[in-house]
Write a protein that binds this ligand. Structure first.
Ligand code: MSP
Length: 522
């Protein structure tokens, strides 16, 4: 089994990143997906006792962004401020526990980019030459003539490209080609999942790595970071953007912090930007004499039908509207997070639909989890006015295997970014508890005046619910906290060691409104 983010762990820090998103338009469900995956990992790692640093942010330079500002009739800096804020607002809304939000227009980042460029220029890794090629503005990528002919447009997005001929600066990627091949061969876990590793190896085997054009003349592209050694040019957006992973943790500014946090333990992204992260980025780091990140993880795409969800395809799904439409109060955010993480394995593509979201929410969250909590609280209220004091906690035989499996294998699933796998284990415990209620028929026990039996029956359920609420925390933090409060746990230290049968005998409930009422599909 692959292990995406556990090995090798350095001391107790864990540094993870999302891509920094373009600000030419507001965030959609695709951006939310990567950021929620990151949040789930960050919360899990914190529960394991790691000192986590979770970085996200926005990519704000380049022609595409400037054009978007013009189209919106806004001055470019005002425009990027506004759109960047939309990302911050969405991450807060989705309960994303990032530690720092970086913007490529931040002055400390600009300084890092310029200093890095200067360093590479002095080292002889950047040179000036004539450039002729075809440029795809939406992808911010250059292509050669045969690539364009073969694809009939931009090989990535199929749109029209423009032919360009001008003097530019180049980064000597070719110098590092054989090093990269060797590095990847020696580190087959560097790119995950395996299918993406094979893709990168295939790309390197079938293509000769050319030098990377890293400048744009200022007269053509004015919205960018000037090259420190030639201010008639600005730097190529990808070169600027990738460096956020260094500037975000103090590179060339706060040495202590940088040493503590670098290298990144995992860079998250979708497969669309794998080449930049698995080819350009390692070479840039090598040229700067820096350690390589531990893992580059490229997940799949959310699609509608056959189309990737994206602004340019005009099929974006707005996360705010989606949560509102669910009509679940606070738990609506959790329903969306749950759906994204449960519905498809992180490496695969997923097909988004409203029906699938509602059906997942109703079946797993309302029927299974919500009902279990609701029924148990009801019984505690009805039979014992909300306070259950049991003399014993006889863990039923049928609980043992699923709870042991959860305790033993949950962490492994999480390390492998197998979120559906981890959730299946949790929900197996939930379904065993629901079945236990049906089988034990507490209402009959109560009629037969077996009060102590009902007490221990409820204490077992409360303890089981407490345990699953802990394991659910990385996925649905709002609901996890609410469940714990309702079973009487006021101060929670989210630590995996607390997610075990504790022998707790007293539960004093404190009710809140039901978490996941069924959503009416009609
Ligand atoms: N600015 C660059 C990244 C620079 S990182 C140094 C960029 N920005 S982007 O706004 O286009 O974001 C791309 C990323 O957004 C993807 O890699 C993925 O993380 C996320 N997604 C955007 N659309 C997505 C889907 N339809 N499905 C899954 N993830 C999606 O590229």
């Amino acid at each position: 089994m692959e292990n995406a983010c556990s090995k090798p762990e350095k001391a107790s820090k864990f540094y993870l990143t999302t891509p920094i998103y373009y600000v030419n338009a507001s965030p959609h469900i695709g951006h939310a997906y990567t950021t929620v995956i990151g949040d789930c990992i960050a919360r899990f790692k914190r529960m394991k006792g790691f000192e986590v640093f979770y970085l996200t942010g926005t990519d704000e330079h380049g022609e595409k962004i400037k054009k978007a500002a013009e189209k919106n009739g806004k001055e470019v800096k005002n425009f990027v401020d506004e759109v960047s804020q939309n990302f911050v607002t969405l991450w807060k809304f989705l309960n994303v526990s990032y530690d720092f939000f970086i913007r490529t227009t931040d002055s400390f980042h600009i300084q890092v980019v310029q200093k890095s460029l200067q360093q590479l220029f002095e080292k002889g890794d950047i040179y000036k030459a004539k450039y002729r090629g075809f440029y795809c503005m939406p992808c911010e990528l250059f292509w050669n003539e045969s690539q364009i002919k073969e694809a009939g447009g931009c090989p990535d997005c199929k749109r029209e490209v423009s032919e360009i001929e001008e003097d530019n600066y180049f980064f000597k990627m070719s110098k590092y080609e054989s090093w990269l091949k060797e590095y990847l061969k020696a580190n087959p876990d560097f790119v995950k999942p395996k299918i993406r590793y094979n893709e990168v190896m295939g790309f390197l085997d079938n293509n000769k790595l050319g030098d990377l054009c890293i400048s744009r003349p200022k007269k053509r592209v004015s919205w960018g970071i000037p090259l420190p050694f030639d201010t008639e040019y600005v730097v190529y957006v990808w070169f600027d953007a990738l460096l956020n992973y260094l500037s975000g943790v103090g590179f060339l500014g706060d040495d202590k912090r940088f040493k503590q946090l670098w290298p990144a333990d995992i860079h998250l992204m979708a497969k669309d930007i794998l080449k930049q992260h698995a080819v350009f980025w390692p070479i840039m780091l090598r040229a700067l004499d820096l350690e390589q990140p531990r893992v580059v993880f490229a997940h799949g795409w959310w699609k509608i039908g056959e189309e990737k969800i994206s602004k340019s395809r005009g099929n974006v799904v707005n996360p705010f509207e989606l949560v509102q439409a669910l009509g679940l109060k606070g738990a609506g955010v959790d329903a969306l997070r749950y759906f994204l993480l449960r519905e498809v394995p992180a490496g695969a593509d997923g097909n988004f639909s409203w029906e699938a979201l509602v059906s997942r929410t109703n079946s797993d969250l309302a029927n299974d989890l919500g009902n279990l909590v609701y029924r148990t609280l009801n019984m505690a209220e009805k039979y014992f006015s909300g306070t259950v004091e049991s003399k014993s906690l006889p863990v039923p035989e049928e609980f043992k295997a699923p709870f042991l499996d959860l305790e033993t294998n949950y962490a492994q699933c999480m390390e492998e970014l197998d979120f559906p796998g981890a959730l299946e284990k949790i929900f197996k415990c939930i379904s065993v508890m629901n079945k236990y209620i049906e089988d034990k028929k507490p209402w009959a026990m109560w009629k037969e005046k077996k009060e102590d039996d009902v007490r221990s029956f409820l204490a077992v359920l409360f303890e089981g619910i407490r345990i699953v609420a802990f394991y659910l925390y990385p996925f649905i933090p709002y609901s996890s906290a609410s469940i714990l409060r309702q079973v009487g746990i006021k101060k929670v230290d989210y630590n995996l060691t607390a997610a075990k049968w504790s022998g707790r005998l007293t539960f004093s409930i404190s009710r809140e409104s039901p978490l996941f009422p069924r959503i009416d599909v009609s």
